[in-house]
Write a protein that binds this ligand. Structure first.
Ligand code: NDP
Ligand code: 2IT
Length: 444
């Protein structure tokens, strides 16, 4: 049996109750076959794949807090420190009722390769809790964040592990967590990214994931002799990534006709009104029905359905496993040319294969949404120099990073005779740097 198959079997047996983690590992290991096969003896002796799929450490802890009625609530908090061979652990904090060990583990595993692709010195980590910020007052969110950080602060630090935002964690949550870290540790350091602009945050971090997604999509189109101008784009999600992806796509001359949230979706043939969407989601924290109520051209539909809309480009920006095989078939039947993932693992493995086999240019999340964490690393740099760069400076670095990620993954795929397979290219390019660093640092 090949080394890849041996490790895959072992990982499956050991993590049987974590389907998302297994899905992420299978995708990566499968696409590393040509690299591993070319040098199997060394990788096997070094146990590189076993070491890569076993996190350095995982923390799981109780998070008690008091709600507005005086009732004590208890959530479970997580932080996974997966691999720090190229830099301090780095990755977001997800606050969503669906969070469990397997979800955090898949996200932490993917973060190793994504962070490597940015070209910046950051290792892979992730965390979060099964807390649902929806419907909670600001005071309740603060109480949760303070209790969460009272434990998390033991494990993180500006040169150790630097968390950031993800689903359910935005500027408000990062602010409360930063305040609590500072109070307990008495250290003013860049221990979190995505901070507010008055206390060490970076300009353009809020926009970075969505903007970065469009910069790489634009480069992909350009290299295939196309542009964004006049293209019809469907976006899922209505959060941080979806909003700024929509805004940048529109700035590039494309028309974005959909968005979605956890209960329904919008079709707006006139093009999504980003200012209205921001008001509904960022300020009022309301449902998309409010968007539809305020905009004549918009249709609201219950459930899921954005992938049934005819488009040139599809950008899944909500959550994992939201683009399934039937959605892939609908996209292909409607002539979709490109799918680039703003979310982490939004497309299932069979849907990804179907899209690729049917000639759709497909860039997975590890490359396509890396602009967020890359800009977080730029925030870390600014914090270390105790300086703040202008929006234009950060944005132009972000553009360069995304363009260079595109060419790195394209080249890696070509080197292994798989031109156009950007999933394979991303996994290979991300892996090569980490594996080289691991071998150089010995068995640790
Ligand atoms: P937000 O919390 O800001 O937005 C998430 C959006 O997805 C919301 O509109 C939410 O709906 C919708 N959604 C639909 N179904 C689900 C579900 N089952 N679980 C959670 N959300 C759902 O998160 P982000 O925009 O920050 O993150 C979106 C995706 O992008 C995630 O996969 C995240 O891991 C990834 N990502 C985020 C980065 C960042 O910098 N923020 C960087 C790289 C990747 P509702 O409004 O009803 O909650
Ligand atoms: O999935 C991700 O890359 C993020 N949520 C951003 C992580 C970060 O450290 O900015």
């Amino acid at each position: 049996m090949s080394y890849v198959d041996e490790v895959l079997e072992r990982v499956k047996a050991k993590n049987a109750s974590e389907p998302e983690f297994l899905q992420a590992v299978e995708e990566v290991l499968d696409s590393l076959r040509p690299v591993i096969d070319a040098n199997e003896e060394v990788y096997r002796r070094e146990a590189i794949l076993e070491r890569l799929t076993e996190p350095d450490r995982q923390f799981k802890f109780r998070v008690p807090w008091v709600d507005d009625k005086g009732q004590v609530q208890v959530n479970t908090g997580y932080r996974i420190q997966f691999n720090n061979s190229i830099g301090p652990y780095k990755g977001g904090l997800r606050l969503h009722p669906s969070v469990n060990t397997g979800i955090i583990k898949f996200l932490g595993f993917e973060q190793i390769f994504k962070n490597s692709l940015t070209g910046l010195p950051i290792g892979g980590g992730k965390g979060g809790a099964d807390f649902d910020p929806k419907g909670k007052s600001d005071r309740e969110v603060m109480a949760f964040c303070q209790s969460f950080m009272a434990e998390l602060c033991k494990y993180i630090g500006a040169d150790v592990d630097v968390p950031a935002g993800d689903i359910g964690t935005g500027a408000r949550e990062i602010g409360y967590m930063f305040g609590q870290y500072k109070k307990i540790k008495s250290v003013y350091e860049g221990v979190l990214t995505g901070k507010g602009l008055t206390y060490g945050g970076s300009l353009a971090r809020t926009e970075a994931t969505g903007y970065g997604l469009l910069y790489i999509t634009q480069e992909l189109m350009k290299c295939h002799g196309e542009s964004m101008e006049g293209k019809t784009v469907v976006v899922s999600g209505a959060g941080n990534v979806a909003i700024y992806a929509t805004q940048k796509a529109q700035q590039m001359g494309a028309k974005v006709v959909t968005c979605s949230d956890s209960t329904g979706w919008i079709y707006d043939p006139e093009g999504i009104d980003v200012e209205l969407l921001k008001e509904v989601k960022e300020v009022k924290r309301a449902r998309l029905t409010e968007y539809a109520a305020a905009r004549k051209s918009a249709e609201y539909h219950e459930g899921r359905g954005v992938w049934s809309v005819k488009c040139d480009i599809a950008l899944p920006c909500a959550t994992q496993n939201e683009l399934l095989i039937d959605d892939a078939k609908a996209l292909v039947a409607n002539g979709c040319k490109a799918v680039c993932e703003g979310a982490n693992m939004p497309t299932t493995i069979d849907a990804t294969k179907y899209l690729q086999e049917n000639g759709v240019w497909f860039i997975g999340g590890k490359a396509a949404n890396a602009g967020g964490v890359a800009t977080s690393a730029l925030e870390m740099t600014q914090n270390s120099e105790r300086l703040s760069w202008t929006f234009e400076e950060v944005d132009s670095k972000l553009q360069q990073i995304m363009v260079s990620i595109y060419h790195n993954i394209d080249d890696a795929a070509k080197r292994y005779g798989q031109e156009g397979n950007y999933v394979m290219g991303a996994n290979i390019a991300g892996f090569e740097k980490v594996a080289t660093a691991m071998i150089a640092q010995g068995v640790v």
